[in-house]
Design a protein around this ligand. Structure first.
Ligand code: AMP
Ligand code: TRP
Length: 329
């Protein structure tokens, strides 16, 4: 029997952080054993906000190396860079034509990112059309399951909507995908603001723990993380900052947050944070060690091979899509 397929991606728009890892990559590592897996470095998405060319190529390489260091096995999974497979942009254009702008302007991510612009007229069309490109990524490979953090749910709902609409209009073509979101780690919040997700683009470095941060920096960031004004360790919505730290602790130890809270209930925040910092440092250490051993040559080979394999699959699907739409192929 054919295996089901998973597809997911990360933007090379900054440093990969603990939110990316616990929300997405950690699940990919497990799923790749049972699914036909494709993991993408979505550079075409990253350029929907300004990027410096030199910095972008560095980040693309860094994300690929981190995929490998985290345990994505190129023997099991396809790892590739989005812009090297032209069919993503091509399918996006076709899907553009069946997408309503009202479905794009209501996206939370679009609202958040466009709010940062001085006025609506200066928001790029790329930022608005971002979810159509994501739908193209997913639909192009007959994806069954998309393992992501919770913030991507709305985009996957749109992907389903576009897939169904295309199938209805032009005949059965696309597999309709489901999201794969795990309760633990689905939304890691910023260390400096527990009401907003940890993010590559947050202005303060104290918002996030990068996967490549040194033990000293990790410890400093956790010790400085805001905590709630009342003392006492408990897992509760009334204490969102502490709740977030307990969620992180839980995700990396596989103990429930309630169990961890009960272990520390008679301790102060300081002791709790020291132990959390130690646990995070130990958790990231093997990834960092592997990262430092992977050569640029290895990464290049993996990406060349991945692009060739992805391209093969994408070309077959695009032929079918164009034929269904009445284009001569
Ligand atoms: P991005 O950094 O936006 O490219 O996100 C890459 C992946 O990480 C997606 O699956 C996101 O849902 C996930 N992700 C990003 N930030 C977080 C977070 N703070 N908590 C959990 N998952 C996240
Ligand atoms: N939009 C996703 C994010 O920022 C990244 C992404 C692009 C993606 N294409 C995808 C995730 C396809 C899953 C599947 O997190």
């Amino acid at each position: 029997m054919n295996k089901q397929r998973i597809f997911s991606g990360i933007q090379p728009s900054g440093n990969l952080h603990l939110g990316n890892y616990l929300g997405a990559v950690k699940n990919w590592i497990k799923l790749q054993n049972d699914y036909d897996s494709i993991f993408c470095i979505v550079d075409l998405h990253a350029i929907t906000v300004p990027q410096t060319p030199q910095e972008l190529s560095k980040k693309i390489f860094e994300v690929a190396k981190l995929y490998l260091a985290a345990g994505i096995d190129p023997g099991k999974s396809i790892i590739f860079v989005q812009s090297r497979v032209n069919e993503h942009a091509e399918l996006m254009w076709l899907l553009n034509t069946i997408t309503k702008t009202s479905d794009l302007t209501k996206m939370t991510q679009f609202k958040d990112k466009s709010a940062k612009e001085a006025n609506f007229e200066s928001v790029s069309a790329g930022l608005l059309n971002y979810p159509i490109l994501m739908a193209a990524d997913i639909l192009l490979y007959d994806t069954n399951l998309v393992p992501v953090g919770e913030d991507q749910l709305q985009h996957i709902e749109l992907t389903r909507k576009l897939g169904r609409k295309f199938n209805q209009q032009f005949g059965e073509t696309f597999v309709i995908p489901e999201e794969f979101i795990r309760k633990e780690g689905k939304r890691i919040m910023g260390l400096d603001n527990p009401l907003d997700k940890m993010s590559k683009s947050a202005s303060s470095e104290y918002n996030r723990i990068n996967l490549l941060d040194s033990p000293e920096i990790i410890t400093k960031k956790i010790m400085k993380a805001i905590t709630d004004s009342e003392q006492g360790i408990e897992y509760s919505d009334q204490k969102p900052a502490l709740k977030n730290l307990l969620n992180i602790f839980s995700s990396i130890t596989n103990l429930t947050p309630e169990k961890i809270a009960s272990t520390y209930k008679d301790n102060g925040y300081k002791e709790f944070k020291e132990d959390l910092a130690e646990a995070v440092v130990d958790y990231l250490k093997p990834i960092q060690e592997r990262y430092n051993k992977i050569s640029d040559e290895t990464v290049k080979k993996v990406l060349d091979n991945g692009a060739a394999r992805a391209r093969k699959l994408a070309q077959i699907k695009m032929k079918e899509v164009k034929k269904k739409m009445g284009m001569i192929i």
